[in-house]
Design a protein around this ligand. Structure first.
Ligand SMILES: Nc1ncnc2c1ncn2[C@@H]1O[C@H](COP(=O)(O)OP(=O)(O)O)[C@@H](O)[C@H]1O
Ligand SMILES: N[C@@H](CC(=O)OP(=O)(O)O)C(=O)O
Length: 821
């Protein structure tokens, strides 16, 4: 709060806009609208990537390489902002052009001398903030808003001899009090990042330190609030650019924010927190792209509700980490060895991010920023030269290419199993953990992994954040015919219900025989099939696999809802890439025994599952029952079943007295048969199911080993479908007669498939005695009888609809869900 001459000004806000909020003309216009006409102080970073480009120009000059392209890029960018936002401000244009001239001269000096001291580097890096602050001032003035530009290097005094720099609060306070004397009527636009050092030269607070600048000014101006505007709507449970399911944190305590920022949440710089905590000034983090959206509040006291709901509050990562190890028998029991190592590092200005020492004291392992690795190695080698020569220290090991991931949260404290929950998903995904530490507060756990595993590891640990953990499943669907389309409907219907049970399902790709469509979540689309038709992307299983590879998720599932042999042959490739496969397509399981074994071998090697409950009897729990029976020690002797819904229907009609062809045509008209009914009559579909079941009970059986009765009259087997439909009637008498003979005195007929544990397999019309369970069949139901050691006297019976898109899609859905268990 601020008091002006007896008047109480309720709110004085200091704002900070980061480079992402000032990256182009449209974004700066948004900033102008956010600032509006209320007098306040605004700290700004350089526009977009300006600081990085300035840094690049120095690096090029140091290598005596041409930096004109980089300078031209910077010039063009800023001149276009000036002409768009404050065209009449000729002074600004002249100042900018003279800065560029000076910059070029400085770069020439660097190129000629081959050196660039810290002071010169900091001076050059500071141009970006000077330009952006003047442009924003110009843009506000252009709108008639009373605005003044403040060069922070005239009012903010620091000592930059040590890192982090220290602020001369007293001197800065005096200068600020003098300079900001019209706070009631004016908006001040202040350069972030820069300050004046002890030698009176423009310097910087440190990389990415505009947030820190804004906190310093908020303190000096006794602001009631600091609002940090960036490109995300606050602090998230993890970087939302990497973890798509990261949730926004509405409130954080200063301490939590500090911990998250320290371990790499770049949305707020860690140095920002202390001055605000000390003054009790709340920080709000908001998106300048969506200013109306609620942001994150960083305050002292927290709303304690739902605290136990999360094991992990936030997850951060620092990329480009080097792991170092000082190792050797000579350091065992040598007192103060660790102290020596770390004091050498301190003297070389290398800050250590994580330490782990083995209890045998044989090695000291620590993590540092990769760019400091050479410096640290040299310093340690120099200091321990004698020990290395004597062999007391084997070597100073240093390896770059690591990322350090930290989970932060009160939930981690003294909670049994917390550590296991963080590391188990990484082990499951075969991600190697190279170092691990639990903070002494137990509020944080840090794991170091290879950089290439960073994004996946973040996503996997993030799924453990909630109590109980969330299961993430992404699905790619091939085939959008009856079953595929119905599966999409069922997934859509259940998505929210499952979400409440901590299962997050996303459909990320759909492929037809011609087109491929990929997106974040296609279940949110109302016109999915139209969109697929309109997609520019051609159907391609390799492209689909590549897309799935780009997604970080523990469970990626390919659903093949086609009847294509080609797709079935691609399963091994998907499994080998860590993608589970679920399918009603029988082809994969009925190819050669070699392929059958290979599929399982590859799935085992890559820790993924191949599920196909709907290969036999659609959604009926047959495959899973056989698995459970055998796993629990039962021995299956024989399986018999009416496995074809179509033939079940036809024979039920025949049993009621209808002729064979009459029954067949009835099934055809009702849509129970395949488009060409001969596919049902040939018995091959049933034979494939028998092969599947045989293999499930451990019998090595090829399709050619099955004795198959083909019900299609021989002379109609190779003609066209139309001719078959025309001519089949003429065979009715003979077919019906054959069946009558077969039936003899039996009660009923059915088309039965059977397989025994000694490898006998056949599919044929069977005449059934009165007490056969098959006699009770009705409609198009399937029925399976399992004879086993435990079910010897009377078989286990599974009965129900064994075909139809709804039950089949539901069976596929069940397989998908079983994967997450
Ligand atoms: N936990 C987190 N919550 C929100 N953003 C995060 C988090 N961790 C990392 N980030 C990253 O921080 C970025 C914002 O910081 P930064 O790029 O420095 O913004 P600015 O340019 O506004 O200073 C976001 O775009 C996001 O990628
Ligand atoms: N421009 C400076 C300061 C800064 O903090 O920028 P940003 O707020 O865009 O992260 C840098 O890049 O280091």
């Amino acid at each position: 709060m601020l008091i002006f001459e007896g008047e109480l000004l309720m709110e004085y806000i200091v704002h900070k806009f980061g480079g992402s909020s000032l990256a182009d003309e449209v974004k700066i216009e948004r900033v102008v609208n956010i600032i509006g006409t209320t007098p306040q102080s605004v700290v700004v970073s350089a526009s977009g990537k300006t600081t990085s480009l300035l840094k690049k120009s120095i690096e090029l000059a140091l290598e005596n390489k041409d930096s004109t392209k980089v300078i031209a890029q910077l010039t063009e960018h800023h001149l276009s902002l000036i002409s768009a936002l404050c065209p009449e401000d000729k002074t600004l244009k002249n100042t900018f052009e003279s800065d560029v001239t000076h910059l070029k001269q400085m770069l020439t000096t660097i190129a000629l001398s081959g050196i660039c001291g810290d002071a010169l580097e900091y001076f050059i890096l500071g141009f970006g903030e000077l330009w952006s602050a003047q442009i924003l001032t110009g843009a506000l003035q252009h709108k008639g808003i009373n605005t003044e530009f403040i060069d922070a290097s005239k009012v903010l005094f620091i000592d930059d001899n040590h890192k982090p720099v220290s602020v001369d609060w007293q001197r800065s306070q005096q200068a600020v009090d003098q300079k900001f004397n019209d706070r009631k009527h004016k908006t001040y636009i202040i350069t972030g990042f820069i300050a004046q050092n002890q030698e009176g030269v423009r310097s910087i607070l440190g990389m990415n330190c505009s947030d820190y600048s804004s906190a310093i000014f908020a303190k000096l101006l006794q602001a009631s609030k600091l609002v940090i505007w960036t490109d995300v709507a606050g602090v998230y449970s993890a970087n939302p650019q990497v973890v798509k399911t990261a949730r926004q944190l509405k409130q954080l305590s200063y301490k939590e924010a500090l911990e998250l920022a320290y371990f790499g949440a770049s949305v707020v710089h860690p140095l920002t927190i202390n001055p605000m905590m000390e003054m009790g000034i709340p920080i709000e983090i908001k998106s300048s792209y969506e200013p109306q959206k609620q942001g994150t509040e960083i305050i002292r006291a927290l709303d304690k509700t739902n605290l136990e709901q999360y094991l992990i509050k936030g997850l951060t990562s620092i990329s480009n980490v080097a792991l170092m190890r000082v190792q050797g028998a000579g350091i065992i029991g040598v007192s103060g060895m660790a102290a020596k190592v770390f004091s050498v590092l301190e003297q070389s200005q290398v800050s250590v991010m994580m330490i782990s020492q083995s209890s045998s004291e044989y090695s000291i392992c620590f993590a540092i920023e990769a760019k400091l690795a050479k410096r640290a190695t040299k310093a340690l080698e120099r200091h321990f030269k004698a020990e290395i020569e004597r062999g007391d220290i084997e070597h100073i090991y240093c390896e770059t290419g690591y990322a350090m991931i930290t989970a932060v949260g009160d939930g981690l404290r003294a909670q049994p199993g917390a550590l296991a929950r963080v590391i188990k998903p990484l082990a499951d995904a075969k991600i190697n953990i190279h170092a691990i530490t639990q903070g002494s507060s137990e509020r944080s756990i840090t794991v170091t992994v290879k950089k290439e595993d960073e994004d996946l590891a973040l996503n996997l640990i993030h799924q453990q954040a909630k109590n109980p953990p969330v299961q993430e499943i992404v699905i790619a669907l091939i085939g959008v015919g009856g079953i595929g389309a119905e599966l999409v409907n069922q997934l859509k219907q259940q998505q929210q219900v499952l979400h409440k049970q901590n299962i997050n399902l996303r459909l990320v790709a759909v492929m037809s025989s011609t087109k491929l469509l990929c997106a974040d979540d296609l279940l949110l689309e109302s016109e999915l099939l139209h969109q697929l038709k309109a997609s520019d992307c051609k159907a391609d299983t390799n492209a689909l696999a590549k897309y799935l590879q780009s997604i970080s998720c523990a469970h990626k599932v390919l659903v093949d809802a086609t009847a294509s042999v080609g797709i079935a042959r691609a399963y091994v490739d998907f499994l080998a890439q860590g993608i589970h496969v679920v399918t009603p397509n029988k082809y994969a399981n009925t190819q050669s025994m070699d392929y059958y074994r290979k599929l399982r071998q590859v799935a085992r090697n890559h820790n993924v599952t191949f599920k196909y409950e709907t290969n036999v009897c659609a959604g009926l729990p047959l495959i899973s029952t056989l698995e459970t029976l055998q796993k629990t020690g039962d021995k299956i002797h024989k399986i018999q079943g009416v496995f074809s819904g179509t033939l079940s229907y036809i024979f039920n009609e025949v049993n009621k007295g209808k002729s064979f062809v009459e029954s067949l045509m009835l099934a055809y008209d009702k849509g129970y048969t395949e488009p060409d009914p001969r596919e049902d009559l040939s018995g091959m579909d049933v034979a494939r199911k028998v092969v599947c079941l045989a293999r499930e009970i451990g019998v090595s059986l090829e399709l050619s080993d099955v004795e198959v009765q083909n019900l299609t009259p021989e002379n109609l087997r190779s003609c066209s479908k139309e001719e078959f439909l025309k001519k089949i009637n003429s065979h009715d008498k003979e077919l019906t007669q054959q069946l009558k003979v077969l039936q003899g005195k039996a009660s009923a007929l059915h088309f039965v498939g059977e397989v025994s544990d000694i490898g006998e397999a056949k599919v044929s019309v069977a005449s059934l005695v009165q007490n056969s369970p098959f006699v009770s069949l009705d409609g198009a139901d399937n029925m399976v009888l399992i004879y086993s050691k435990r079910y010897a006297r009377s078989p286990m019976v599974i009965r129900g609809a064994g075909a139809g898109v709804e039950v089949t899609a539901a069976g596929v859905f069940g397989d998908i869900l079983a994967i997450s268990n």
